[in-house]
Design a protein around this ligand. Structure first.
Ligand code: NAX
Ligand code: K
Length: 498
């Protein structure tokens, strides 16, 4: 698991630790770790050209001290100072090691042809020490234009603590932000490094141990790795039967949207469900059976659909392609009235927007899996764009307001449960941005719910495997939701070799 803590928590922990250590010890640890990573990124340190972007705070101080270490190993290091002040200790260390520093004029626009821009383009490495956890709001003045000019070069870029311009606690990006190839972060991850859009600016994230672990409380956010999914995933043992492995009920798809049912069923079957009981009208049920003969189908009578819903199941998936008419609403109400775990996706989430009490008043485990537009129907005062910009915040808010577990789909899948650390899936990929992948996810996560996992863990494992399957299915061209189903078994197998 990767753990991330908010700025306030990091500052508190650093304060405790600093009180017991000699002055400057933490910054020395941070700068040494940073210099080590920079040396790995450079083809060779001796003779290389390094440009430091240095803001007025301790983030700039880290860059200056690391720069001094590279300079003492023979790199030509030049610092561009943009803050209204500069870390004096760092600056004198750089100068003593033979590095040079120039003040950048504090005009807002630094032109593309300026000396600073030319130097960045010609360098072997840019080190971004503009702002770290002390940054507030979008980058201002020369900070913004240096970040933009750095982004216009091909020069490898290492960000100090976090890419300047991303909000440490949320991953929100307002305006220009540095795009790093590698981010060297200190003591613990910051949420913004694990959640998009911030995560997309961070590149490979390297954590430098500065001795903070003992001072840190429970994380705000966790990001599962292959081993975490591997230990949580239910696997059949010698005593398993189809019933013990879990029976999933599925009220998904309609005569109009038959594909949703076929895809969700595929996700459940390849996710390892013991038995899948599908309920739907004749045409869609026939289609499911044609694709997956192993499914046990209940054909619903249009005159009395509730009577045909299967009873002996361990969990339910409801919603994708099911519609939002009166029948769909009555069915949703009936299923939520059971004491079983229920996953609500797509149309079921839309219906919930008009009947929030259906979940708010429910005590049994409930998991919602909306994308941003569906989530916006649950939080009428917001918009999909706002949700995408602040995923962690809105997933957490929805979980709290509805009193259930929420998996917010998209660039970074975020999972929130009241009172528990949120989870950020590390496997997000734009390969998944194609119709039907959400249906596969609902079936996959449903199979894990029926196998006995709690909603948060089922969502964590499902999201991880879903992204991994997309990557494994990808051989250079686009993939479709059906390819994803085929790759799920390899994704489960790959957990042990990742
Ligand atoms: N506190 C500690 O014990 C340690 C801190 N370290 C470093 O210190 C950093 C935090 O340092 P600071 O608290 O000095 O803060 P920062 O260096 O992150 O930023 C503060 C400076 O940036 C300016 N600024 C803030 N937002 C801006 C914006 N949007 N546009 C332009 N300028 C902006 C401020 O005016 C101030 O000069 C960490 O990220 C890390 O790199 C490390 O050395 C490890 C130890
Ligand atoms: K930075």
């Amino acid at each position: 698991m990767r753990y991330a803590h908010t700025v306030d928590t990091v500052r508190g922990a650093e304060g405790e630790l600093m009180a017991r250590l000699p002055d400057g010890a933490l910054m020395r640890r941070a700068a040494t770790g940073l210099a080590r990573v920079c040396a790995r990124v450079l083809p060779r340190v001796y003779g290389s050209r390094v440009v430091l972007l240095v803001g007025g705070g301790d983030n700039g101080g880290d860059a200056l001290y690391a720069g001094s270490q590279l300079a003492s190993r023979g790199a030509a290091v030049r610092a561009l100072l943009v803050g209204s002040r500069v870390h004096e200790g760092g600056l004198s260390a750089l100068r003593s090691a033979g590095g040079r520093a120039v003040e950048v004029p504090r005009t807002t626009e630094i032109p593309a042809g300026s000396e600073a821009a030319t130097e960045m383009a010609a360098a072997d490495l840019i080190v971004d020490g503009l702002v770290g956890i002390g940054g507030t709001g979008g980058l201002r003045g020369p900070h913004a234009s240096l970040a933009a000019l750095a982004g216009a070069t091909e020069t490898p870029t290492v960000a100090v603590d976090l890419p300047s311009g991303i909000e440490a606690d949320t991953g929100a990006v307002e305006g220009t932000a540095v795009r790093a190839d590698v981010t060297v972060t200190f003591g613990t991850h910051k949420p913004g490094l694990l959640v998009s859009p911030g995560a997309e600016h961070a590149g490979v994230v390297e954590l430098v141990d500065i001795g903070l672990a003992g001072e840190l409380p429970t994380a705000r956010l966790e990001s599962p790795q292959a081993g975490d999914v591997d230990v949580s995933l239910p696997r059949p043992g010698p005593e398993s039967t189809k019933y013990r492995r879990g029976v999933l009920g599925m009220a998904v798809g309609s005569d109009r949207y038959r594909g949703a049912a076929v895809l969700a069923a595929g996700g459940a079957l390849r996710g390892g469900v013991g038995m899948l009981r599908y309920a739907g009208h004749d045409a869609v049920a026939t289609e499911v059976l044609r694709h997956w003969p192993e499914v046990v189908v209940s054909v619903l009578d249009p005159e009395d659909p509730l009577a045909g819903l299967p009873e002996r199941v361990d969990a339910w998936v409801v919603g994708p392609g099911r519609g939002v008419d009166g029948d769909a609403e009555t069915e949703l109400e009936a299923i939520l009235g059971s004491p079983l775990p229920v996953l609500l996706d797509a149309d079921a989430v839309t219906l919930l927007g008009t009947r929030p009490r259906l979940v708010r008043d429910r005590e049994a485990p409930t998991l919602l899996t909306p994308h941003a537009a569906e989530m916006a129907r649950l939080l009428p005062d917001t918009s999909p764009r706002e949700i995408e910009a602040r995923r962690l915040e809105y997933a957490t808010r929805t979980a709290e307001e509805y009193g259930c577990v929420v998996l917010l789909k998209g660039s970074t899948t975020v999972i929130a449960e009241p009172g528990r650390p949120a989870l950020a899936d590390p496997n997000g990929t734009s390969l998944l941005a194609t119709a039907g992948t959400g249906d596969v996810l609902s079936g996959l996560v449903g199979s894990l719910l029926s196998g006995g996992l709690a909603p948060r863990e089922a969502a964590m494992c499902g999201a991880y495997l879903h992204g991994l399957a997309a990557r494994l299915a990808h051989d250079g061209g686009p993939i479709s939701a059906s390819d994803l189903i085929g790759a799920l078994p390899s994704a489960i197998r790959a957990l042990r070799t990742e």
